[in-house]
Design a protein. Structure first.
Length: 422
């Protein structure tokens, strides 16, 4: 326990919990030798602490230090301008509003550990678009900001803009030095640097030094480190103590909870049938789900109508393609096998033959999306274990983000399944 923490324990007893929480807890202390500098968050706090609590603070500090110390209360110094353009995190992207399920619980736990300072290990979050990576990054930013830690949260591409400018002006070293006023660096979408090997090298050199100084670092990507050319080896080699956590497309139960959560945030009360239908069609991508709900709300207000299944069918074409009865795993396997020109029996079991691995993974991905069954239930039907289904769905989710041909093929298989066409 630091000397200031010990002094705070004494202050809590002497002035009472209510006064301590309101006026002493918000202070940030810098204690060097016999000089104690207390940083107040605003002018009111500075004035009231100086007027009512200065003497008792000085006594508590002297008791802990064993000698009289100089105690000053002041406002934070105006920070020097940063060499990068930052923006505040989105106000609704907090840990409290993040909906946790099987597909994202490890990433949530890892992000929360970073935000609550339970670990200083670098964090790398990856997963397909719309599954909550940016939400968690912004949640970290909110939590650290509440703890009064200086942070920068921004897209990696914008960070690189500042770095390129510094390199062109021979200010590369100065660039990183000016960032040292920060305690945390949170970069979104580092996959945007794919193909920029020279910039990756400059970035990783700086980030490795940043992490070695014990500063907080969190990165997000729509691909795992091993799938971002050039970045993978450095992340693996340099961030040995770091945490790499993936987020898969949400499982059916999480999809339904996401629908209800996002609807409540907009003040909407959805019929159970409509919520289930939305969960089966658009909730795999949270941004698309929010867009669909906002569209429903806008049309309901514009037309003076209730939000029900009839309006949803008019406004959201994807709902019209959703069958009332989901396809069976048997049918999904059959249609997927036909699309890949393979016998259906090859898509069950644990064969590692290259010719069947991708088709089997696609069948698992579509089954998790369309069958309204859990990964554990699907594992039994495919003759494998739960982890295999989870990893398969995560792998296909990443591949269809990058591979246009595979994305088109999976969409066509899904169309045949929901339209029930041969």
């Amino acid at each position: 326990m630091t000397m200031w923490a010990q002094a705070c324990e004494s202050l809590r007893t002497r002035i009472g919990e209510q006064n301590y929480t309101a006026w002493i807890a918000p202070l940030r202390c810098t204690w060097v030798d016999d000089d104690v500098m207390l940083e107040a968050p605003d002018r009111l706090t500075r004035e009231l602490v100086g007027r009512h609590f200065a003497d008792v603070i000085a006594q508590a500090v002297a008791a802990v230090a064993g000698r009289r110390c100089t105690v000053r209360v002041d406002l934070p110094a105006v920070p020097a301008p940063l060499p990068i353009r930052t923006t505040p995190p989105l106000p609704d992207h907090t840990f409290q509003t993040f909906v946790v399920g099987d597909s994202n619980e490890r990433a949530f736990a890892a992000a929360h550990a970073v935000a609550t300072r339970h670990t200083a290990a670098p964090l790398f979050l990856h997963g397909p678009g719309g599954v909550g990576k940016t939400h968690l990054l912004h949640a970290i930013a909110h939590e650290l900001d509440a703890r009064r830690l200086a942070i920068a949260c921004l897209p990696a591409a914008r960070f690189i803009e500042g770095l390129v400018g510094a390199i062109c002006n021979d200010r590369h070293v100065v660039f990183w030095r000016e960032l040292r006023v920060l305690g945390a660096l949170l970069l979104d979408d580092v996959h945007s640097l794919a193909g920029q090997e020279r910039m990756q090298e400059h970035l990783m050199d700086g980030l490795v030094a940043w992490a070695k100084e014990g500063r907080i670092l969190a990165l997000t990507s729509d691909r795992a480190p091993g799938d971002v050319a050039g970045l993978a080896a450095r992340v693996r080699d340099e961030f040995v103590s770091g945490v790499i956590a993936g987020i898969a497309p949400p499982e059916p139960s999480l999809c339904l909870r996401l629908v209800h959560s996002k609807a409540r945030a907009l003040g909407l009360a959805l019929e159970a049938g409509l919520a289930t239908r939305l969960a089966a069609t658009v909730s795999g991508n949270v941004r698309r789900l929010e867009g669909a709900l906002r569209s429903l709300l806008a049309h309901a207000r514009l037309r003076g109508r209730d939000i029900d299944a009839a309006l949803a069918l008019e406004v959201l074409p994807p709902l019209r393609r959703t069958p009332d009865v989901p396809p069976t795993v048997e049918r999904i396997i059959a249609v997927t096998a036909r699309a890949f020109r393979l016998p259906p029996r090859g898509l069950r079991g644990n064969s590692r033959r290259a010719i069947v691995v991708l088709p089997r993974h696609v069948a698992m991905y579509l089954a998790l999306k369309l069958c309204r069954k859990s990964a554990a239930q699907l594992a039994r039907e495919f003759g494998c274990n739960y982890t295999t289904v989870r990893n398969a769905c995560r792998a296909v989710g990443k591949k269809i983000e990058m591979d246009r041909e595979l994305r088109a093929l999976v969409a066509e298989i899904e169309r045949r399944l929901v339209d029930d066409t041969p």
